[in-house]
Design a binder for this molecule. Structure first.
Ligand code: SAM
Ligand code: DTB
Ligand code: SF4
Length: 336
């Protein structure tokens, strides 16, 4: 075992991880990587999986050209069109998610940036409403200004999701309508406003292992670390620039999650998009190596996700705990 791992065992959280040492962790024999990540995970976390529900408030028509995304105006994907959802309907969805056992409600808007006015005011009301239900609230809606970040913080927003997606070096192959620095600036505004940062990336974009290490280097050198780190497996959607990308082996997802757990022991590492492509066994290994949250519910933003029922069954089988109120929730559901 290397000195850096001993530091982890001594409870020291590091913010100075180097790319080479991250790459070495990522490339370790799988059996060692799994063991080391479990040691960190058991020490810092209690195998409690947070269930986060995701809802698309505004779908499609986004001016950015993220080549994986069906919601970009540059994609030809067929997506369900619906006018932007109103506050009442969104809060109804949050209540349903809560009844199903979720304790975090994430709301997405397909925007390049948030604009002030009617729909920003509605966003604020949605955040307040979700918090009043006793749930954590997360928003993802593109770039935001300092003033908007402060207004969202005042409304009680728990976290803002803004992913870096990939390494600074590979980024220009995926998105050209905004820079890596634009993303970092928004993340800084979120942090300065006192909102938790939710920031992660995607694997399967065609990046190398070195790019994955480079993304993890940026994330793990943030001080504090992002409280939440979603790791997405590309959902290759028809009509997007990456529709023909080769599927990657599930072992790579396990490696990415295990490495993120070793580097950022206290963060919620979220096993995010792409779970439909992972076997039950691959997901179990992800939980064992450090994933402590999933998106829970039949839909992500424009694509499908495992059902509530199958996820409850999976988590029960694994024996992890996933909601303190779960027994009550199970009884309420069965009496419906
Ligand atoms: N427009 C906002 C933004 O980009 O920040 C919010 C929504 S966007 C869909 C949120 C994140 O979802 C992206 O940054 C990306 O990491 C992830 N994502 C989007 N499409 C995906 C796909 N097809 N497969 C995997 N992850 C995806
Ligand atoms: C994140 O990192 N993954 C979520 C959430 N943040 C907003 C989005 C996944 C989208 C998957 C593709 C889709 O459904 O369109
Ligand atoms: Fe727009 Fe977000 Fe999709 Fe990029 S990922 S095209 S910013 S909705």
């Amino acid at each position: 075992m290397t000195d850096s791992n001993y530091n982890q065992l001594d409870n020291e959280i590091r913010f100075n991880w180097g790319r080479q040492e991250i790459l070495e962790i990522l490339n370790k024999p799988l059996i060692d990587l799994m063991w080391e990540s479990q040691i960190v995970h058991r020490k810092f976390n209690k195998y409690n999986i947070q269930l986060a529900s995701l809802f698309s408030v505004k779908t499609g028509g986004c001016e950015e050209n993220c080549s994986y995304c069906s919601q970009s105006i540059y994609s030809t994907s067929e997506i369900k069109s619906h006018p932007q959802f109103q506050v009442e309907e969104v809060l109804k969805r949050a209540q349903i998610a809560k009844n199903e056992g979720a304790d975090r409600f994430c709301m997405g808007w397909a925007w390049r940036e948030i604009r002030d006015g009617k729909s920003f005011n509605a966003m604020i009301d949605m955040v307040r409403g979700v918090r009043d239900l006793g749930m954590e609230a997360c928003v993802t809606a593109g770039m935001l200004t300092e003033d908007q970040a402060c207004r969202l913080a005042d409304a009680g927003l728990t976290a803002y999701n803004h992913n870096l997606d990939t390494s600074p070096e590979y980024y220009k192959n995926i998105i050209t309508t905004r820079t890596y620095q634009d993303r970092l600036d928004t993340i800084k505004r979120v942090r300065n406003a006192g909102i938790n940062v939710c920031c992660g990336g995607i694997i399967g974009l065609g990046e190398t292992n070195c790019d994955r290490a480079s993304l993890l280097e940026v994330l793990s050198n943030m001080n504090p670390h992002p409280e939440s780190v979603p790791i997405n497996l590309l959902v290759a959607i028809e009509g997007t620039g990456l529709e023909d990308n080769q599927e990657i082996d599930s072992i790579e997802m396990i490696r990415m999650i295990a490495t993120a757990r070793i580097l950022m022991p206290n963060s919620k590492i979220r096993l995010s998009a792409g779970r439909e492509k992972l076997s039950k066994e691959a997901q179990i290994l992800c939980f064992q190596c450090g994933a402590n949250s999933i998106f829970y519910g039949d839909e992500l933003l424009t694509t499908s996700n495992p059902s509530f029922q199958s996820d409850r069954k999976l988590l029960k089988e694994v024996g992890v705990s996933f909601n303190k109120d779960f027994d009550t929730c199970e009884k309420t559901l069965s009496s419906l």
